[in-house]
Design a protein around this ligand. Structure first.
Ligand code: 5AD
Ligand code: FES
Length: 364
């Protein structure tokens, strides 16, 4: 049954919701390998065997949101809050540029006040100027007004990541407080598109009550909104969150299962969307040391080495067992470059690595 679906995928035929859910339900080791191989085959054809580095700067854990799963939610009083200053953010972006990363990602908890908005605007402008516009600047700073998105774009950002988290409204409502809205999130994604960004979104997999059909719908949503980039990862409990307290810490068995689901989602997303960029989320490595390379072998083509100053890393724990909190940026560069070589791929140093999909969309 699944070989028929995979043959269809290789012929680039559209897959139905049922077929996508069937692929996501695979557990047989041989069928799993066939799924991963099919995804890798399509990855090679559409985006090549190059892994692009995006140096991620986690510039602040101050957050006005209170998502029930996230370790830096505003009600978590066990977090020591920090905010990098402009110079620190700038320095880390320049480090990424000098380390030959094609782009950087500036991520933080959500803040919508003018002080923060203008600080980001200034620092984006400074990074653009210092790197002569060569370093791709991606922002991952949550829900904002269209005007704010436009200001940051004008300052020099070209890509924006904003995960939808899940497209099942019941699950969305269960994992967020009542004043967090999926509709607002969707409007933000539409605003980002109108503003001219390359837009990335994604979901968490393995959420309580989430079915394979939900995840298949998530993939079809990504397709429907014609996304350029996908960043998705396994949900991992954080002990200081309401959801994390309801779920017992992951056993080794559970970690394996969560990793497998994460890899299957990457593979099926590559099969369905083909020419987009897909990140091997850091959360994969929280489940198994080689999780991120496995992600690349299942169809991902982007990796986000941490370029945040080591002292801040442990304060930015969205989930438990976050990797690389004791390492520094050079260590992560060496480590990840070696691991990518180890799986027979090359790193796209000094390349921005825009998704072919984005250019195709621009031609339309
Ligand atoms: N497990 C996995 N991913 C998480 N995120 C937040 N909390 C967790 C968690 N406990 C993800 C969300 C968010 C991104 C920045 O981090 O999907 O969009
Ligand atoms: Fe950070 Fe390996 S990627 S230490």
């Amino acid at each position: 049954m699944t070989d028929v679906i995979l043959a269809k995928a290789k012929r680039k035929e559209e897959l139905s919701l049922e077929e996508i859910a069937t692929l996501l339900s695979i557990t047989d080791p041989d069928e799993l390998q066939a799924l991963y191989d099919c995804a890798y085959f399509l990855k090679e054809q559409y985006v090549g065997k190059i892994a692009y580095f995006r140096g991620i700067i986690e510039c602040s854990n101050l957050c006005m949101k209170d998502c029930y799963y996230c370790g830096i939610r505003k009600s978590n009083t066990n977090v020591e809050r920090f905010l990098m200053n402009e110079d620190e953010i700038f320095k880390e972006a320049v480090w990424a540029f000098e380390a030959e990363y094609g782009s950087c990602v500036i991520q933080s908890g959500e803040r919508q006040d003018e002080v923060y908005i203008s600080m980001i605007e200034r620092v984006v402008g400074r990074i653009k100027e210092a790197t002569k516009g060569e370093l791709g600047i991606t922002l991952s700073l949550g829900e904002q007004t269209e005007e704010t998105y436009a200001r940051w774009k004008k300052a020099g950002a070209s890509r924006y990541l904003l995960r939808i988290e899940t497209t099942n409204p019941e699950i969305y409502a269960r994992i967020h407080p009542a004043d967090h809205s999926m509709e607002v999130r969707k409007e933000c994604l539409a605003a980002l598109r109108r503003t001219g960004y390359q837009v990335g979104t994604g979901v968490m997999m393995g959420l309580p009550g989430q079915t394979m059909e939900d995840l298949a719908n998530d993939i079809l949503f990504l397709k429907e909104i014609d996304i350029d980039m996908v960043g998705m990862g396994p949900y991992i409990p954080h002990g200081d969150t309401p959801m994390g307290q309801e779920i017992p810490a992951y056993t080794d068995e559970k970690k394996k299962e969560a990793l497998q689901l994460g890899l299957k989602m990457i593979a099926v997303t590559r099969i369905v969307l083909r020419d987009i960029n897909i990140a091997a989320a850091t959360a994969l490595q929280a489940l198994e040391y080689t999780g991120r390379e496995q992600g690349l072998l299942c169809g991902a083509n982007v990796i986000m080495p941490n370029v945040t100053e080591t002292d801040y890393r442990s304060k930015y724990q969205l989930y438990d067992n976050k990797p690389c909190t004791d390492e520094n940026s050079s260590m992560c560069r060496g480590c990840l470059s070696g691991r990518i070589k180890g799986i027979g791929e090359t790193v796209g140093f000094n390349e921005r690595g825009d998704a072919p999909h984005f250019y195709k969309r621009m031609e339309k």
